[in-house]
Design a protein around this ligand. Structure first.
Ligand code: 2HA
Ligand code: ZN
Length: 269
């Protein structure tokens, strides 16, 4: 079997390719981690055969024994589909939670994304909120990024504006978005801060940088970020124009009721 016929690898390739084509992942921008059940790993790989052990640089003891398919550091989303074995790695968290045991990938001496702390800390938090969560996705969508330059970064204000930007928003992300101020990326500190925000929401905006999303599948997580990005694009197209119409708070409440979602408190009046 060819590597790009392994279902979860094909899915990852298609997703990275799609995100690249949308202009979200310039150069080495963006990273994805996808938790793969051991039963799935065993269908295509020999988990007893560890190619390399790579120190994590932080403690991932709550994820011991779990397998993740992760984009590589310095790698380009543009190239993932053509060469998954160089741009992706399949790894297991070692029994002491300190290392990544590489099962497949990162050919040519690569390693996991520099944002792995934010990914694994977010997985830990989201798994507590939803046992089926499997994906953490980080990307640089153009309009979300633009919006953080011109909009108040207060989480409630930011969420309220996004919810108003299209009718489906409050239904797709009823837990709103959390916003982190600019922080140095690639550090354990931004990982801790991101995971803390992930307790409240499946979407965390990194001001002046990009976005994090969490979900059960690659499709669902992509769709979540896509919806936030669409809302941000409506904002960027209209923010400088006189507003004639808007979705009111009462209408947002009607939507939430109709679609049976419980939305984050303290945002609608
Ligand atoms: O991997 O997006 O945040 C490149 C990045 C860092
Ligand atoms: Zn980034």
């Amino acid at each position: 079997m060819k590597i790009n016929e392994v279902p979860f690898i094909k899915e990852m390739c298609d997703t990275a390719d799609n995100m690249y084509r949308l202009g979200w992942d310039e150069r080495n921008g963006g990273n994805i981690s996808y938790m793969i059940p051991e039963t799935e790993v065993k269908k295509y790989f020999n988990p007893a055969k560890v190619i390399r052990v790579i120190p994590l640089g932080f403690d991932a003891k709550e994820l011991v024994g779990k397998y993740f398919l992760v984009t590589g550091t310095g790698k380009y989303f543009k190239n993932v589909k053509a060469c998954p074995e160089e741009n992706l790695g399949l790894m297991r968290i070692s029994s002491d939670g300190q290392n990544a045991e590489l099962i497949w990938g990162y050919e040519g001496g690569g390693k996991f994304t520099s944002e792995l702390p934010a990914h694994l800390m977010s997985h830990t938090v989201r798994l507590k909120a939803d046992a089926e969560n499997r994906v953490i996705m980080h990307t640089h969508p153009t309009n979300i990024l633009a919006m953080t330059y011109v909009h108040d970064l207060d989480t409630k204000e930011f969420t309220h504006t996004l919810w108003q930007m299209s009718t489906e928003c409050i239904v797709v992300f009823p837990d709103g978005v959390e916003v982190l101020p600019w922080m140095l990326c690639g550090t354990n500190e931004i990982g801790v801060a991101t995971a803390e925000k992930m307790k409240e929401s499946r979407v965390v905006v990194w001001a002046l940088h990009g976005i994090y999303g969490a979900g059960k599948t690659l499709d669902e997580t992509f769709g979540l970020i896509e919806t936030v990005e669409k809302a941000a694009s409506i904002y960027m197209l209209t923010a400088h124009l006189p507003r004639k119409n808007t979705i009111t708070d009462d209408q947002l409440k009607m939507l939430a009721e109709r679609f049976g979602v419980s939305y984050k408190e303290g945002i609608l009046k």
